[in-house]
Design a protein around this ligand. Structure first.
Ligand SMILES: [Zn+2]
Length: 137
């Protein structure tokens, strides 16, 4: 389904201003559904440290990797900028203990912003994605 030949689309991923929020990541190539886009790597921390960083450092760049395992991507150049969109086009899947993978949830066209469902309750209040702002009166 993904990770074919170990190739991915990371070289085509770039950071630019987002219509959703601040900066975002975009693709300069078409990406077919199910293909691996890039690894999600960073510092591996536990749940307690994750909470501390979120509370004390306002760190919003932490991904959950199951089993009390979290990946802090604050020092990365690209993946940390991925935005939430209720109409997301990417999915995060488990790779191994220290690593997640970003894959295409559907066919993605060159120039599109890459987005995921952050998946926690608070994000849906005051969400700035196109889906939600279009419903807003
Ligand atoms: Zn939304």
């Amino acid at each position: 389904m993904s990770g074919k030949n170990g190739k991915d689309f990371e070289n085509f991923v770039y950071v630019d201003n987002s219509g959703i929020h601040g900066k975002g990541i975009f693709t300069s190539a078409n990406i077919p559904k199910g293909y691996k886009i890039m690894d999600i790597k960073g510092e591996v921390i536990n749940g307690k440290e994750c909470e501390r960083r979120e509370d004390e450092e306002d760190n919003v760049y932490i991904f959950w990797n199951g089993d009390n395992c979290y990946i802090d991507t604050v020092k990365t150049k690209k993946i940390k900028y991925i935005n939430h969109n209720c109409d997301f086009n990417c999915d995060v899947v488990e790779n191994d203990k220290d690593e997640l993978m970003l894959i295409a949830y559907r066919d993605i066209k060159a120039g599109e912003e890459l987005t995921i469902d952050y998946g926690y309750e608070d994000i849906y209040d005051g969400c700035g994605c196109n889906d939600c702002t279009n419903l807003d009166n």
